[in-house]
Design a protein around this ligand. Structure first.
Ligand SMILES: [Zn+2]
Length: 68
């Protein structure tokens, strides 16, 4: 075994800092559990940003009928 083996360094996808690719680095490729959660949160937000179907159109329609 070589004594000069260094751990692989990756960059945290969230904050960009260097993360040693080690078994004890549980949140890898993120530098911390916090960065991991932030990144996952952003993904969830982007999914929610996709416009859905318009809501409550029936309500307005019913009100209009009421006044006629
Ligand atoms: Zn990070």
């Amino acid at each position: 075994m070589s004594a000069s083996s260094k751990p692989l360094i990756v960059k945290c996808p969230n904050c960009g800092c260097s993360v040693p690719w080690l078994p004890e680095q549980l949140a890898k490729p993120f530098c911390s559990e916090r960065c991991k959660l932030i990144d996952l949160g952003e993904w969830a937000m982007e999914e929610k940003r996709i416009p859905g179907e318009p809501l409550a159109l029936d309500d307005e329609f019913e009100e209009d009928n009421f006044f006629q």
